[in-house]
Ligand binder design. Structure first.
Ligand code: RIB
Ligand code: CA
Length: 317
């Protein structure tokens, strides 16, 4: 039986890889793409999502626009927000219409259906957690329809990359993260500590451009245009593709090593967005998350190349 997922996302070049990966994987049924402001504004993430879907050939998958900004507090955008949408780079300007149904309403509706059918769904959270927090607040029934939330976020042993103390997704809406952390839903977290271990190099991009059809060429174009190399930080070539690890974990969890811990987040003060994990169980609290600590980098690249190659074998669009 395929796993039914909703991808909540703020594309974002790494979100794009995650979405193309999910749409190419026969093990997954993508019920919908819900968008949230984050890397760029809500209108630009919707435009980007439209171009990603258009490139995938999967126009059967609908896009649901969600939150313009955090539950409370200052709006934070990614470092490329001033560039706006990358859809024009992909020459697929918003060619997939956004549904009239709000993202939060869509998540609530699908979760309630799942609860009634006793077939809970997985939420894949690739951006700030605002939509998911709002859906959880809608009714207690929602959580019953959610099997787990697999999210990219946090920086535990790695330093933050958006501020010295925080990773972007959690920094952009710490109150939403706090709401999700206390939901009681099984959480799987892909932090910077782990995503920094799997870097896309020019050679990897060349393979995808050659073998993965239009999405493969788009990935090479996007990762070349928005250069994510940081040899000062990573001590080698390549740039992280954070969000793709969320989907990779669903497809091949054996590529990852993690541990069950209690996680929490600062929601006020100078270090709002700082997420901590009690790796040594000092608080003697019930673990509320599984945090991934290690990834098999070569296995990850093999997975990306194998699954994304389906876009090449489909023949050119
Ligand atoms: O910190 C990395 C995360 O922030 C990724 O999900 C990236 O797409 C941005 O949303
Ligand atoms: Ca993202």
């Amino acid at each position: 039986m395929t796993e039914q997922i909703i991808i909540d996302t703020d594309p974002g070049v790494d979100d794009a890889v995650a979405i193309w990966l999910a749409l190419a994987a026969p093990e997954l049924e993508v019920l919908g793409i819900t968008t949230v402001a984050g890397n760029v504004s809500l209108s630009d993430v919707c435009r980007n999502a439209g171009s990603i879907i258009a490139k995938s050939g999967r126009q059967d998958v609908a896009i649901y626009a969600g939150s313009h900004g955090p539950l409370t507090g200052t709006q934070r955008f990614g470092k490329y927000a001033h560039i706006g949408s990358f859809a024009s780079l992909l020459k697929d300007e918003g060619s997939v219409a956004v549904s009239a149904e709000h993202a939060v309403q869509f998540i609530v509706r699908k979760a309630q259906e799942a609860a009634r059918q006793q077939r809970p769904i997985t939420l894949c959270a690739l951006g700030p957690l605002t939509n998911i927090a709002l859906a959880l607040n809608f009714s207690p029934e929602v959580a019953k329809g959610i099997k787990r939330i697999v999210m990219m976020g946090g920086a535990f042993s790695a330093m933050g990359h958006r501020t010295p103390w925080a990773e972007f997704n959690f920094y952009a809406d710490p109150n939403a993260a706090a709401r999700v952390f206390r939901s009681g839903i099984p959480l799987v977290i892909m932090p910077l500590d782990m995503t920094f271990q799997a870097l896309l190099t020019e050679a990897h991009l060349e393979v995808l451009a050659h073998d993965a059809g239009e999405p493969g060429r788009a990935i090479q174009h996007l990762f070349t245009t928005f250069d994510r190399n940081d040899p000062g930080r990573f001590l080698r070539d390549g740039g992280p593709v954070h969000d793709a690890t969320v989907i990779a974990w669903l497809l091949e969890p054996e590529l990852f090593q993690g541990c069950e811990v209690t996680v929490g987040i600062a929601t006020t003060g100078e270090t709002a967005g700082y997420c901590w994990a009690d790796f040594y169980h000092k608080l003697k609290q019930q673990a509320n998350a599984t945090v991934m600590r290690h990834i098999d980098e070569q296995g990850f690249h093999s997975l990306l190349q194998r699954v994304l190659a389906v876009y090449g074998s489909k023949g050119e669009k």
